[in-house]
Write a protein of this length. Sequence first.
Length: 242
Amino acid sequence: MRQRNAGTSIQAGMIRFSLYRLALVAAAVLNLSAQQNTGAQQNAQPQTEDKRILFLFTNHRTTDDSEPATLTARGKFAIAWDDATDRAIITQTFILSGIGQASDSNPSFGQGIEGYAHRFGTTYADFAIENVMTEGVFPTLLHQDPRYFRRGEGSRPSRLGYAVSRLFITRGDSGKNQFNYSEVVGAATSLAISNAYYPDSRSLGNNLGRYATQLVFDAASNVLKEFWPDLKRKLPRRLGES
């Protein structure tokens, strides 16, 4: 029972972290004023997209361009590299490794500096491998676009639904919508690879739980990316510049 509980504690930590992302968005979504459309018009001119959100979350693959140029394989891997090496990922890794250390997830890693280093390495590997698989390898093989195309208009519920749906729907290199095999299969592949360095959580139940956690995490990321401009306008300037 101890091993099972410890194996799932990091999943609970990641889900809480995902809910924190959604809570950040809610601060903007629930309090947008009737001036939203005016603000959108005022910000309609081309702007450089923020590369991270609130210092903690990467934002290299978001675009407001509805008709962008097709990404080359090099461009797709460049996005994956930028996401995998961004300082925000390192910060997230520090946080999640601390959660794992405190809850003694994967007991075979031990405690102390060695245990934390082991958790840090495996947590970072989770982020890096998933980014490479879902944004580089599978989009290249399947000719799909790994970018998140922000909708930026419409009702709040419709934008929320759109953001979550992008977990399963993506744009192909042809410009047409397709099932998001890159995300669904790429995430599953990264999870399968991670079994090589997670000896305490290789059961079917643990794998399904970790896979669900990954999808929740990625859905929360999409929602945060969709509403970031709205949230940014509500924040003090210092917090909005990350």
